[in-house]
Design a protein around this ligand. Structure first.
Ligand code: FAD
Ligand code: MLT
Ligand code: ZN
Length: 476
């Protein structure tokens, strides 16, 4: 682990952690919530896909907003850089330090504060794990409006800070819609209480949106109020096999019309993506082999109605030859198995070796166009080029694996993939954010003036630049 791991990036003019700083942190949090042992700090320094790492020597675990406020106020005064971290499942290197930033882990800010059964509004602390929240809400007939493969580890604060999308954005929209309020702490320690639980509140600027999707660069989210929909009582899942991408488009279009209000998720994966989970993770697919697959979920409140509707839809698309084969289930264990085939691709891909990972929004007709182009461009240089994602949201995940990192492959992929995306009027980051890995490419999706305004906001809210430095915004 060398300190010049990122030769193109210069460490900012921040203080280096000293005993004086540690004494303050221990005085504030106690010895148990200040990690300094290198083996304890290791997991906070490495990201999920093991592509980025820092060498922080201190992880802080506050339990209250006041402690977060005291930590930031102290770090701001002493010019110590801070890296906020939730579940550390981020895929763009935003959640781990680049150099020696102090890690502020929100994992102990993990209490549910209230759930209103009538309005469906839940207020909770930022470190609550998404899946735990959903389970608790499930006991009251409610659900989280977002779901993603990382649900067992990611935190709601991390979800809000990345504006995470996931598997049901198609039905429930993104977090700018579902989140009703946020409490956040600014770099100087000021607590910004925008923790409204109201659906309608047009009093002044909508400040909470600054914290949704700003990836820990403008403040640390400490509490969230979120609108939770009623949990559907009737759930069906279909796995479909298809012969072409055009058939995926036709099926999606038909699903929107024919399943209408009960359509709650529409996902796709190509054969190479399914192969990841069947080969590496030994999961069993209930279908034969096809070039493309779709996962279509319906959810509603009337089992008979939903089943009839889904069966009629499947009969019609199979009868028209658009879908080649399919299987449907409403059994929880079979539903889990099908979702695993889709959700665990991310995990399975790590078995290939090194991963070049792209998260692209494109106009729907061009959704899959990057994959054949990359296959042609890279030929045998890549061991796998897989395309999967949220067809219903126009968001494809392009993954290129190689046994180990190769700079020549990187040169063939970047900036080509970003240029192509920009030419097609897409976004170079659909849902994962910009983090540490993508600031040099943000201009492919945002104008100079827009980036300039982002920098002005950053300078105003964090003039010493202590919050998650080297992330999101390109350097001067
Ligand atoms: P972290 O990874 O810890 O942090 C992410 C970013 O948010 C960092 O910049 C960090 O500094 C900042 N941050 C974290 N907590 C706070 C806080 N309280 N205040 C301020 N800043 C904070 N993403 C999707 O959008 N859709 C998907 O479908 C999806 N599926 C995934 C599946 C798998 C298997 C994996 C590993 C990842 C997936 N992701 C997905 C990416 C990731 O899970 C999300 O970005 C998630 O929202 C990150 O939450 P986290 O708690 O792990 O945050
Ligand atoms: C997904 O949709 O599976 C996630 O965004 C993670 C990934 O891109 O691998
Ligand atoms: Zn995704």
């Amino acid at each position: 682990l060398t300190k010049d791991r990122y030769p193109h990036i210069k460490r900012g003019d921040y203080a280096t952690l000293s005993q004086k700083h540690l004494d303050y942190f221990v005085g504030l949090l106690g010895r148990n919530r200040v990690l300094t042992d290198p083996s304890d700090c290791e997991m906070y320094n490495v990201d999920f896909i093991k592509a980025v790492r820092g060498y922080s020597q201190c992880v802080l675990k506050p339990q209250t907003t006041e402690e977060v406020s005291n930590i930031l106020s102290f770090c701001n005064q002493h010019r110590l850089a801070v890296c906020p971290q939730g579940g550390n499942t981020g895929l763009v290197g935003g959640s781990v330090p680049v150099f020696d930033e102090v890690v502020l882990s929100t994992s102990l800010l993990n209490k549910i504060i209230s759930i209103d059964d009538i309005s469906g509004v839940m207020v909770c602390e930022a470190g609550c794990v998404l899946e735990r929240l959903d389970e608790t809400l499930g006991e009251r007939g409610l659900m989280m409006p977002l779901d993603l493969g990382a649900k067992g580890s990611c935190n709601i604060g991390g979800n809000v800070s990345t504006n995470a999308g996931g598997l049901r954005l198609l039905r429930y929209g993104n977090l700018h819609g579902s989140v009703l309020g946020v409490e956040a702490v600014k770099a100087n320690g000021d607590v910004i209480d925008c923790l409204s639980t109201l659906k309608k509140d047009n009093t002044g600027y909508h400040l909470m949106h600054l914290f949704i999707g700003s990836e820990g660069t403008l403040g640390i989210v400490t509490k969230v109020a979120i609108h939770c929909p009623s949990r559907p009582t009737s759930l069906n899942l279909a796995l479909l096999g298809l012969h072409s991408f055009e058939d995926i488009l036709r099926t999606y279009s038909r699903a929107k019309k024919e399943l209408s209000e009960i359509l709650s998720s529409c996902e796709m994966m190509d054969a190479s993506s399914l192969d990841v989970v069947t080969s590496h993770l030994k999961l069993k697919s209930p279908l034969g082999e096809f070039p493309f697959y779709m996962v279509i979920e319906t959810s509603g409140s009337n089992e008979k109605h939903d089943e009839e509707k889904l069966n009629a839809f499947l009969e019609s698309v199979m009868g028209d030859g658009i879908v080649a084969d399919g299987t449907v289930t409403n059994e929880p264990s079979k539903i889990r198995l099908i979702w695993d085939l889709r959700e665990r691709i991310t995990e399975g891909l790590l078995h290939d070796g090194y991963l070049f990972k792209y998260d692209i929004s494109l106009p729907i007709k061009d959704f899959y166009s990057l994959i054949p182009k990359m296959r042609e461009r890279l030929g045998s240089d890549a061991s796998r080029i897989a395309g999967y994602g949220h067809i219903g949201d126009g968001n494809i995940h392009l993954n290129i694996s190689v046994p180990e990192f190769r700079p020549d492959v990187l040169k063939k992929v970047e900036p080509y993939v970003y240029e192509l995306t920009s030419k097609l009027k897409g976004s170079v980051s659909a849902e994962h954010g910009v983090g540490f890995r993508k600031p040099p490419y943000i201009h492919y999706s945002k104008s100079d003036n827009a980036i300039g305004l982002m920098k002005e906001l950053k300078n105003m809210m964090d003039p010493n630049g202590i919050l998650n430095p080297y992330k999101v915004l390109p350097s001067q």
